[in-house]
Design a protein around this ligand. Structure first.
Ligand code: GLA
Length: 413
């Protein structure tokens, strides 16, 4: 065993014993932003990540009004790095894609009032196996990112060295990011391994909870949370088993991966709207992996739905859980308490073929059966009136849902 490895083991043990949350003030709300991954490509298969694209998308966040709603991170995924470190062992950007370097790009993004994020990997190479990862260079890379003016680091989990737990590795990188003195939001992309929901909050402000979200509604996998990518519906089913309200908290957000909003041709308007609703119900990061320049009206109506974004940012800082599921009809109801005493509810028809009615009763929400409840539909932006006993979403088409904000007015207990 090399001296460096022994030093790493001792250092990690000390860090774990003295672990406190990585809180540098960033991540008070679930982070929102845009990422190169899947933007008009096929999630890394045709990667168009360039300086011009990043600048165009950053400008579009401002011009579209998305920035004003909280979308502030402009992130590059597994695409920005050169295949070699420089003569001093520093990471460097691909000179063809980023001819002016990272510092200049960070300056541009900051001039728009936005923040810049990069991607690296806890292992020797990134997941596309072409670009160096940060293993063996945690301190050096943290310092490089800080010197460039980087605001967010996503750290992937490929080509991980053996002999260490993921907690040890991510805590270690987190330590060096912290040590730079620059507030950097740390996004753990370790795919939900090793019960990350128990310790991820100590290392960073958000942690991936499962394998990659593919731009599909359904792609069942062999085991919940594992396997080759997942559709939106699979993720909803998996997260139901985790009861996210038991661990989601401010500065420690559960990340179900990017929003694949309107990814053509596999993410329809209905799939995308349902996806956005659940991510918001869970207080999850709203990181869009879609082109935000010249958005269609449908895409805008999803990404810029202020009433749903308000659920995402609600100051109880918790996540919704599934209240029940009827396996015969694949219908289900999710709920989440809100800071002002309201309750957010999603009624989902998961049946792939049949339309279904879905009913939520006030009694099931802990209110009296005779409760009078004011209901607001967060997608049609209409008040549904003061309702007694229950609400039924009628003839929901497959994959569709209704998302409501409920306020109990009378007979609440
Ligand atoms: C992994 C991650 C993805 C993406 C790719 C990049 O699959 O989980 O989010 O960053 O690597 O290669």
């Amino acid at each position: 065993m090399s001296r460096a490895t022994v030093a790493f083991i001792v250092f990690s043990a000390v860090l774990l014993l003295t672990a406190t949350a990585y809180n540098n003030g960033l991540g008070a709300n679930p982070p929102m932003g845009w990422n190169t991954w899947c933007t008009d490509d096929v999630c890394g298969l045709i990667d168009k990540c360039t300086e011009d694209l990043v600048k165009q998308q950053a400008q579009a966040l401002v011009d579209s009004g998305m920035k004003a709603l909280g979308y502030e991170y402009v992130n590059m995924d597994d695409c920005w790095g050169d295949k070699q470190r420089d003569a001093n062992g520093n990471l460097q950007p691909d000179p063809t894609r980023f001819p002016n370097g990272m510092k200049a790009l960070a300056d541009f993004v900051h001039s728009l009032g936005l923040k810049l994020g990069v991607y690296t990997c806890i292992g020797t190479f990134t997941c596309r196996n072409q670009i160096p990862g940060s293993w063996g260079h945690f301190e050096q890379d943290a310092n490089t990112f800080a010197a460039w003016g980087i605001d967010m680091v996503k750290c992937d989990n490929c080509n991980r060295p053996s002999g260490f737990t993921e907690e040890e590795l991510y805590m270690n990188f987190s330590h060096y990011l912290n040590q730079t003195g620059r507030p950097i939001l740390f996004s753990l992309c370790e795919w939900g391994d090793d019960n990350v929901q128990d310790w991820g909050v100590n290392a960073g402000q958000q942690y991936r909870i499962q394998m990659d979200h593919l731009p599909l509604w359904e792609l069942p996998t062999h085991a919940a949370g594992m396997g080759f990518g997942q559709g939106t519906y699979d993720i909803i089913q998996y997260i139901a088993t985790l009861k996210p309200s038991t661990f989601v908290k401010q500065y420690g957000w559960m990340d179900p991966d990017f929003l694949m909003t309107m990814f053509w041709p596999t993410m329809s308007f209905i799939y995308s709207r349902t996806e956005f609703s659940f991510w918001a119900l869970w207080s999850s990061p709203l990181m869009v992996a879609t082109n935000v320049y010249n958005m269609t009206a449908e895409k805008r109506s999803i990404l810029m739905n202020e009433e749903v974004i308000a659920i995402n940012k609600d100051t109880l800082y918790t996540a919704g859980d599934r209240l029940w599921k009827d396996n015969a009809t694949a219908t289900e109801v999710w709920t989440r308490p809100l800071a002002n005493g309201d309750v957010a509810v999603i009624l989902l028809n998961g049946d792939p073929f049949a339309n279904n009615n879905v009913t939520v009763t006030w009694a099931s929400l802990g209110w009296g059966a005779a409760a009078v409840v004011r209901a607001r539909d967060l997608w049609s932006h209409t008040d549904l009136g003061n309702l007694t006993a229950s609400f039924t979403a009628v003839a929901l088409v497959p994959a569709d849902m209704r998302m409501l904000r409920l306020k109990c007015l009378e007979n609440c207990s």
